[in-house]
Design a protein. Structure first.
Lengths: 597, 151
């Protein structure tokens, strides 16, 4: 007992010293936060102008074009000045959720058509509202149309939301052709059906000539993410497959073929009424990549944006131009309406397909982030609305600007997939000692179900040991050997213990989410060339996903093709625990415990 | 213009089948079937007072359809302009139990319910014809037609 006592007191002493040191370091070296590097400033608007922004585009002369959900188009002169001048260019349009400027004219998607707005007499106001192409709509409230996004060849991409069922009010359905589709529209009024499987495609992005779109959680959509949507792609939601047989459809996959693999769960109760499908724990479940193995036209997200972490309703995808936002030039930003924030994405191509990593970037916008556009001064215009759905930012509308402070934040600049793990590149040199300590890193993978249910729990969670790390001599990269990375899974890569060389700061955002659609071939690291030092100091749980670390699943890492069986979480998070977060960040209409929507 | 207003105007323009049709002869029956017209909405132009002129195409021809309140508020004037017509299109500008020509391009519709005045029919002559137990006023349109409803 005595021995034990002295041993314990020694440990206690150590703990106190560590605590003391931690407190001391916390006081003297508090790590900078995202707001220290990226400042949100307002764009002053005249009184009475309601800017529920649906579209943003910067004109060649630096003026800002703004379209609103309420059907107006404004041109904002000197938009980065203290007193911008707002000129109403057009009005009376139907819910304009996108805006582009091409050859002297604006193009916008109204609910039912792509419209060209031209000022022919040059009085500063549109005098021609020209229908480029009109598409069918049923009149259901959810049939939002988004875009256009301009392609390099001058054609336009427009996406369309699905409607919902009447009795099956939870089920996304395509009541008329091309709902749930991406359409490619040409200046001459021709329309080419491009791809389907879309559910709520609020964000489009034209990245180096490749079309991406962002969807969010819903039926058949376990979580949001960005998808490289090629001609003939199937993004996962079955509704649009109804029109696969149309003469100009690029799709071969039919609803029946898909439902034969993953059933729609259309079950009636003894009153003859459909039962809303709910998540079943302890079931054999399908994932989207398994559907891809059957139907190769299935396009899994290039990068998943884990629901509730990197947004709940993802929106516009834009590329950071050269010379802008410091270390992040060339990367992508993705907005989020519900969480009023912006995430950052690094994309790479492995085996010819896009994949990459996503991080939190900047939160705290006044309303839901729907649109973004680059100002001539390198600042980012952010157009916002919450459409009455609610958003973390409590205002119902907003036009703000994100300005870089020119200071270099300590962040993971990139995460790249390696044959045996990941290589992390930093924005500034790391403290070598902290970076060579494998306990500074933790890796955990997970995925979502593919089913007719609204959303999905995080499933098939697995912790991966970090077996070694090789830090470059300049301290700019750390390559980690990860035990059995899993193809197609999202890998939470958290670097709680890594510190910057200068200031010994923590990373501004210590967690990145890497979607490992392909594992590259190549040379693996030898154990002789890596550090395996393990101080055991850093907690391995990751704060951002703490609730999920309790999910364990007995899956076989060597065979991802097998259906996974999950065991229920050891301790589920209670509704009372998440309620404040849900109410703050999501719309209780869908995310509600009593299921009434 | 708010969508419902726009939709309302289309209703006025297009009520009782299309206002413009292709007829094999001025006596050929007016069809209520819109199939084969290749009708497409093309949008609208806005004047300095935010008043719209609607644009659409039918049978490959581009049509401008403009309805304005007349300056002294004595009525409504409608002006149709047709471009690129491959054949003569016809406009049915009035339907009633009775249609009576009273000279100078003036017509009395439905026993003095309203006056209709053909302001400009180019070289075309309006035709009053029997249809469905009543009368129709049909005008072949070359490139322009203008008429007023007076009240």
């Amino acid at each position: 007992m005595k021995i034990h006592y002295s041993y314990l007191s020694k440990i206690a002493f150590l703990q106190w010293s560590v605590l003391f040191l931690l407190c001391f370091s916390a006081v003297s070296q508090e790590s900078p936060k995202e707001e220290d590097f990226f400042k949100i400033v307002k764009v002053s608007a005249p009184e009475g102008v309601i800017l529920e922004v649906g579209g943003l585009t910067v004109l060649p002369n630096g003026d800002l074009g703004v379209s609103t959900r309420r059907g107006e188009v404004y041109i904002v002169e000197n938009p980065t000045s203290r007193r911008p001048y707002f000129r109403k260019f057009a009005g009376g349009l139907h819910e304009i959720l996108g805006l582009e400027y091409k050859d002297g004219a604006f193009y916008c998607a109204q609910r039912g058509e792509l419209t060209k707005l031209v000022d022919r007499n040059k009085d500063g106001k549109a005098d021609l509202y020209q229908t480029v192409f009109s598409w069918p709509i049923s009149g259901h409230y959810h049939e939002y149309s988004f875009g256009p996004k301009l392609a390099p060849d001058g054609s336009f991409f427009v996406s369309g939301n699905v409607a919902f069922g009447s009795e099956e009010w939870w089920r996304g359905e395509s009541r008329v052709p091309w709902r749930g589709w991406m359409m490619r529209i040409f200046e001459n009024g021709q329309m080419e059906p491009w791809a389907t499987g879309l559910r709520s495609p609020a964000g489009l992005g034209m990245i180096d000539g490749d079309l991406f779109y962002a969807d969010n959680q819903g039926d058949w959509m376990g979580s949001g993410g960005i998808v490289h949507i090629k001609k003939g792609s199937f993004a996962g939601h079955p509704a649009g497959l109804r029109w696969s047989g149309m003469p100009n459809s690029p799709m071969k996959l039919t609803t029946e073929q898909l439902y034969a693999v993953v059933g729609p769960r259309q079950v009636k109760n003894d009153m003859g009424r459909y039962i809303k499908p709910e998540n079943v724990t302890n079931e054999k479940f399908a994932t989207l990549f398994e559907v891809k193995q059957k139907f190769p036209e299935t396009q899994v997200p290039a990068v998943w944006l884990p629901h509730g972490v990197l947004g709940i309703s993802n929106s516009e995808i834009i590329k950071i131009p050269e010379g802008v936002f410091g270390p992040f030039e060339g990367q992508l930003l993705v907005g989020d309406q519900g969480q009023s924030k912006i995430s950052r994405i690094f994309l790479e191509k492995v085996n010819g397909e896009y994949q990459g990593a996503a991080w939190e970037f900047r939160s705290g916008f006044q309303s839901g982030v729907l649109r973004m556009a680059w100002g001539k001064d390198g600042s980012l215009f952010v157009g916002e609305t919450n459409r009455g759905w609610g958003s973390a930012g409590e205002a119902s509308e907003g036009l703000q600007r994100l300005v870089w402070s020119n200071a270099n934040p300590f962040e993971m600049r990139t995460i790249k997939a390696m044959p045996d793990g990941f290589e992390i590149e930093f924005t500034q040199p790391v403290d070598i000692k902290s970076a060579q300590d494998i306990s500074s890193y933790s890796v955990e993978s997970f995925l979502y179900k593919y089913h007719a249910v609204y959303g999905s729990p995080v499933v098939a969670t697995k912790k991966h040991a970090v077996k070694g790390v090789k830090v470059s001599s300049d301290g700019m990269t750390a390559r980690i050997i990860v035990e059995d990375p899993r193809r197609y899974y999202i890998h939470n890569i958290t670097l709680e213990g890594v510190r910057s060389q200068e200031g010994s700061y923590s990373l501004v955002h210590p967690t990145g989410y890497y979607t490992l659609n392909n594992i590259p071939e190549g040379k693996k690291l030898l154990m002789s060339e890596v550090s395996t030092k393990n101080s055991g100091k850093t907690k391995t749980t990751t704060p951002a996903r703490k609730e999920n670390t309790k999910l364990e699943s007995p899956d076989d890492p060597n065979n991802n093709n097998k259906k996974k069986v999950t065991t229920p979480p050891a301790k589920a998070v209670t509704y009372a625990e998440v309620k404040p977060l849900l109410l703050k960040n999501t719309c209780a209409a869908c995310h509600n415990p009593d299921k009434k929507q | 213009m708010a969508p419902h207003v726009r939709r309302g105007l289309y209703c006025i323009l297009l009520i009782q089948a299309f206002f413009i049709q292709r007829l094999s002869s001025p006596q050929a029956a007016w069809s209520s079937d819109t199939a084969g017209t290749a009708f497409q909405i093309r949008g609208y132009e806005i004047d300095d007072n935010d008043r719209p002129t609607f644009l659409y195409s039918m049978y490959g021809a581009e049509i401008k359809d403009d309805i304005k309140v007349m300056d002294n508020a004595e009525g409504l004037r409608r002006t149709i302009s047709i471009n690129n017509a491959k054949e003569t299109l016809h406009a049915r500008i009035a339907v009633g139990k009775t249609i009576e020509s009273i000279g100078n391009g003036m017509y009395l519709i439905n026993d003095k319910t309203f006056y209709l005045r053909v302001d400009d029919a180019g070289k075309s002559q309006p035709v009053i014809r029997d249809a469905n137990g009543g009368k129709e006023l049909i005008v072949p349109v070359q490139t322009q037609l203008s008429y007023s409803i007076l009240f």
